[in-house]
Design a protein around this ligand. Structure first.
Ligand code: NDP
Ligand code: HSE
Length: 429
């Protein structure tokens, strides 16, 4: 074993970074044996230097992250600050100054992954980011390496722990939305700004990363259709229950049947209770990958939190350190297919629509006509009337999303439709 240590700069020492530092210290001997050289924490960049950080030598703490990555003796930079800047500049500076990078920063990778990969390649460094998608679950490396010989056609799953935690609490314990979000934040699952979680930005970033790797193309966060969970009500969840379903925030990336384009979307959806994703509880994540030769694979595990995420960071750290010692680099970006990303309107989905209507002759026929005019076929209709008003729940067959949203718009204009109580896509059947 080499006795001279590999030097690691840690950028950020919050929920994830503090766990990375802890595991690096407590598992130092095992990590050295697995890598073939000791790894040494050479500096820790933070925003608030006076904060007490258990187990970390105060002499390592700095607020000057730029000076740390410019030192020239750093082998690996672990970026767990988050956000676009200064993370982007720090990573690029790290490459320029001889370091490879491990990052958990999905927001940055989904925004500027191509440029970061290009910089890594230019300077002959590694850029690893297993922790950026689905916490502890090995997903990036299986897609990038294990499935590199197969053809992936679909990636579908729950990739945000915070929103899954909130929906699960609302469904199973009747907790309110705010109460569940506060609990998820206290447990370290939420982003620094939880809007990123609840409005679907975090899941959209992960969907972009997954689609890019799975389909060997480039997908940015702006290409991903995004709807969060802020509009999901207790009534939606109750309605899903009545249908034998539950509500989950799903990320779905698909290659078109003709192989000429891809789609990527994040939105809440009803899924049957019998579907494996329905039993994904709390902050767990689960992702199905469908590949031509392999068939269907399911990846499941803790999707957020300091310790699970640190596990993924440490796995990357070991891999990158091994590459350093072997004077090699791991796989870079594979985006040769350059497939266009189709708009949401072209995606084929199913809708569950709950309407408040007048309970009088001809209303059902009027509603059915709107569906027919938009070319949308109805699967089931359930009506419950009371005092001249009725609640009408329609579940459609599969149709282009544009036709389904056009149907909803046309329904809103009917005099007999008092209101659209809820609209939700149905998946997993
Ligand atoms: P935190 O907010 O807990 O930690 C951020 C850290 O970065 C803090 O230590 C903060 O310093 C430091 N920091 C912020 N700005 C600067 C700056 N300009 N210069 C130096 N240091 C700075 O975030 P998390 O640990 O939760 O998340 C980190 C990254 O990991 C993000 O990209 C996130 O998306 C990702 N991630 C998080 C997961 C989770 O479950 N939490 C799971 C998967 C990925 P200080 O301590 O002084 O405030
Ligand atoms: N905020 C993210 C989540 C952290 O809740 O899934 C893990 O990426």
């Amino acid at each position: 074993m080499r006795t001279r240590p590999l030097k690691v700069a840690l950028l950020g020492c919050g929920v994830v970074g503090s766990e990375v530092a802890r595991i690096m210290t407590t598992h130092a001997d095992d990590l050295a044996a697995r890598i073939g050289a000791p790894v040494e924490l050479a500096g820790v960049a933070v925003r608030r230097p006076s904060k007490v950080r258990e187990g970390i030598d105060p002499a390592l703490i700095t607020t000057d992250a730029t000076a740390l990555v410019q030192r020239g003796d750093i082998d690996v930079v672990v970026e767990v600050i988050g956000g676009i800047e200064p993370a982007r500049t720090l990573i690029t500076t790290a490459f320029e100054n001889g370091a490879s990078v491990v990052s958990a920063n999905k927001a940055l990778l989904a925004e500027d992954g191509a440029a970061l990969h290009a910089a890594a390649e230019k300077y002959g460094r590694d850029l690893y980011y297993e922790a950026a998608v689905a916490g502890a679950i090995p997903l990036v490396r299986p897609l990038r390496e294990s499935l590199a010989g197969d053809k992936v056609n679909r990636v579908l799953g729950i990739v945000n722990g915070t929103t899954n935690f909130i929906l699960d609490k609302m469904d199973t314990s009747g907790a309110g939305y705010s109460e569940a979000l506060d609990e998820a934040t206290a447990l370290g699952y939420a982003e620094a700004d939880p809007t990123a979680d609840v409005e679907g930005f975090d899941a959209a970033a992960k969907a972009a990363i997954l689609a890019g790797i799975a389909f060997h193309t480039r997908v940015k966060i702006g290409d991903v259709h995004r709807e969060g969970i802020t509009e999901v009500t207790a009534a939606d969840i109750a309605s899903a229950r009545r249908m034998g379903c539950t509500v989950k925030l799903l990320a779905i990336c698909e290659r078109a049947a003709d192989g000429a384009s891809v789609t990527a979307r994040v939105h809440p959806a009803m899924i049957p209770l019998s579907h494996p994703l329905a039993s994904v509880r709390e902050a767990y994540n689960a992702v199905f990958v469908e590949a031509e030769a392999a068939g269907q694979l399911m990846f499941y595990g803790p999707g957020a939190g300091g310790s699970p995420t640190a596990s993924a960071v440490l796995g990357d750290l070991v891999a990158v350190c091994r590459n350093k010692l072997g004077e090699a680099t791991g796989p870079g970006e594979s985006a040769y297919t350059r497939l266009p990303v189709s708009p949401m309107g072209e995606v084929v989905t199913r809708y569950h629509i709950s309407l408040d209507v007048a309970d009088k002759p001809g209303v059902l026929a009027q509603v059915a006509t709107v569906f027919a005019e938009q070319g949308v076929s109805i699967d089931t209709v359930r009506q419950q009337g009371k005092d001249g008003e009725a609640s009408l729940v329609v579940v459609t067959h599969r149709a282009p999303d544009a036709a389904l949203s056009g149907t909803v718009e046309a329904l809103r204009k009917l005099d007999t439709v008092r209101g659209v109580a809820s609209i939700m896509r149905v998946e997993g059947e």
